[in-house]
Design a protein around this ligand. Structure first.
Ligand SMILES: [Fe+2]
Length: 215
């Protein structure tokens, strides 16, 4: 076969960003404790399939808190994001925006919080726009996840609300017994008790919502 007859789909995976401790400190429970110098790296254009980005989160601790992604809300029209755990042990934290009776978004309050403990192969297929989300690496090896988020050239997500509140509604920590635990972020009011759900349960909940919207 001639070389020029081979149809190839070139993919050039690139380092998109890396999050240094100095930046993540804004959303850590105890930033003065220090920890890994780089919390995570994001690579883009990782494949020609649906998966666009790869995130690699260091193992370790910041004090008693697990390394994590910063956490963000989406601002673009894209309705859903998918996220899949490829390697390592992770907890995906999601918090739903709270709106008052006049429809105003109350940023220091959330309607619900979900913790999803995920293993390799687990995928959250429909992460709706109104859920801020963050991965924590609760294992002792690097955590690798894929997502299908598409950048449009315009800002597609926002970190300001999470920065202003010094993190998501809960911090995931290792307790003195070496177990995964959580601590409420006191910058939020009336934090609801988190719901521990499996990826399948979360997909079921949000898939129903997806089909409601399509009707
Ligand atoms: Fe996202």
């Amino acid at each position: 076969m001639e070389v020029n007859s081979i149809k190839m789909y070139h993919v050039f995976m690139k380092l998109k960003s890396k999050r240094a401790f100095a930046e993540l400190a804004e959303v850590l429970k105890n930033p003065e404790e220090g920890g890994p110098e780089i919390a995570y790296w994001v690579f883009e254009d990782i494949s020609s399939s649906k998966w666009k980005n790869l995130t690699l989160i260091t193992p370790g601790r910041y004090g008693d808190e697990y390394p994590k992604t910063y956490g963000h809300y989406h601002t673009s029209e894209q309705m859903f994001e998918s996220s899949k755990l490829i390697s390592g042990e992770g907890i995906f934290l999601l918090q739903k925006k709270f709106y008052d009776r006049n429809g105003n978004w109350i940023q220091n309050r959330v309607e619900s919080v979900y913790f999803i403990q995920a293993m390799p192969g687990d995928e959250m297929v429909y992460i709706p726009r109104e859920f801020a989300h963050s991965w924590s690496n609760v294992g002792n090896l690097p955590l690798i996840t894929y997502d299908d988020w598409i950048e449009t050239g315009q800002p597609t997500h926002t970190y300001a609300e999470i920065r202003n509140l010094k993190g998501m509604a809960y911090y995931l920590v290792e307790n003195p017994n070496g177990q995964i635990d959580y601590v409420s972020n006191l910058n939020y009011i009336d934090n609801p008790e988190p719901k521990w759900v499996t990826p399948e349960e979360f997909n079921y909940l949000t898939q129903n919502k997806y089909h409601e919207k399509k009707q």
